[in-house]
Design a binder for this molecule. Structure first.
Ligand code: SAM
Ligand code: FES
Length: 348
């Protein structure tokens, strides 16, 4: 069996790895090898993006959802979730505050809420882009028909985040109810790319029933799709869901996968997620040091933060936008990085 160092060198040079090689990298306890993986990934990110970390203002604008994903705290069957949706006025207010704080990307994320028809989403996108033409707008509102994606794009949306969740069809079926399908998720991602969005896929690390083989399929899918963004973070159980008793993903595994993704797909925009910050107090800093280059502080109004509870113990639910913004700046400075006021487009 090839040793860890050879695998890492091969990964950095050829940007690929076999399922067996992945298994070695995910299991090894060789600290020197792990440091090599981390440092090569961080150097790769620095070669392209310098020591700049892009910030995205996340606006969680609705927690109503018609879907019932087994892992998610805002699934429709969770009767404990207190539902809310922001008005267009409130959303614009979040953007205004965010703009003043130096955000040049806004991410509108929410459940699949039928109240937000295509006409409402297009109106919202157009209103934000008219007020802030120098900002990028990212949507993360789930699976839609191609025509809807096209309409949002024509209204001005620049980017779209839709995690594929797993590239293994059987695994997909164990994470989602029967009315959701792997083929539709794949169709969505291909449509988004095809329409011209900067597109993000991704998955939870340590999701129930995940194996080295499913993770290898995820990596090969990323290699093939060539998304501009990849969102990965640990799975964290939410007590009122069917997966409430499952184990959480780990910091260590998430960091290794961030580094592997950076080496496989060097230009990708790769966030150190809130979930990573939730499982470890320095999770986001460690994520950047492992090759991530984006952070997404929350811009949602404080009175709704607690309600967008995808998983338990989510951080930053009591903090004002400005506090999060400056907290993030200090955190990044503490590791020698700088958060920047920039749209932060893909440099591929
Ligand atoms: N409705 C949109 C969608 O499905 O893409 C956007 C919102 S959805 C809540 C955003 C992401 O949160 C999902 O893609 C999933 O990976 C992540 N997520 C949901 N439940 C989670 C959990 N328990 N732990 C960690 N991440 C979770
Ligand atoms: Fe929200 Fe630190 S990033 S309080």
């Amino acid at each position: 069996m090839t040793g860890e160092f050879e695998i890492i060198e091969h990964l950095a040079a050829e940007r690929t790895l076999s399922a067996e090689e992945l298994s070695v990298l995910l299991k090894t306890e060789n600290a020197d090898a792990l440091e090599k993986l981390r440092s090569l990934a961080a150097e790769t990110a620095q070669r392209i993006y310098g020591n700049e970390v892009y910030i995205r203002g996340l606006i969680e604008f609705t927690n109503y959802c018609k879907n019932d994903c087994y892992y998610c705290g805002i699934r429709r069957s969770n009767g404990e979730a207190q539902r809310y949706r922001l008005t267009e006025e409130q959303i614009l207010e979040c953007c205004k505050e965010g703009y003043g704080l130096g955000f040049r990307t806004f991410v509108l994320q929410g459940g699949e809420d039928p109240y937000f028809t295509d006409a409402r989403i297009c109106g919202l996108v157009a209103a934000i882009k008219a007020k802030y033409p120098d900002c990028a707008l990212t949507l993360s509102i789930g699976e839609k028909p191609r025509e809807s994606y096209q309409a949002y794009f024509d209204a001005g949306a620049d980017r779209y985040l839709l995690r594929h969740e797993t590239a293994d069809e059987l695994h997909y079926g164990r994470l989602h109810p029967p009315e959701m399908s792997f083929s539709n998720r794949m169709r969505c991602l291909r449509d988004l790319k095809d329409i011209g969005y900067q597109t993000g896929c991704g998955f939870m690390v340590g999701s129930p029933y995940q194996t080295t083989e499913t993770l290898h399929a995820d990596l090969m899918f990323i290699k093939e799709l060539k998304p501009e963004m990849v969102g990965i973070g640990p799975f964290i159980p939410q007590k009122d869901t069917p997966f409430g008793e499952k184990a959480a993903g780990t910091l260590e595994m998430t960091l290794r996968l961030l580094s592997i993704i950076r080496l496989m797909h060097p230009h990708v925009l790769l966030p150190a997620t809130t979930a990573l910050g939730t499982i470890h107090p320095k999770g986001r800093e460690r994520g950047i040091l492992a090759g991530a280059n984006v952070v997404m502080p929350n811009l949602s109004p404080v009175n709704v933060r607690e309600k967008y509870k995808l998983y338990d113990n989510k951080i930053c639910t009591g903090d004002e936008a400005a506090e999060c913004r400056f907290c993030m700046q200090r955190r990044m400075e503490s590791i020698g990085y700088q958060v920047v006021t920039a749209r932060g487009d893909y440099k591929g």
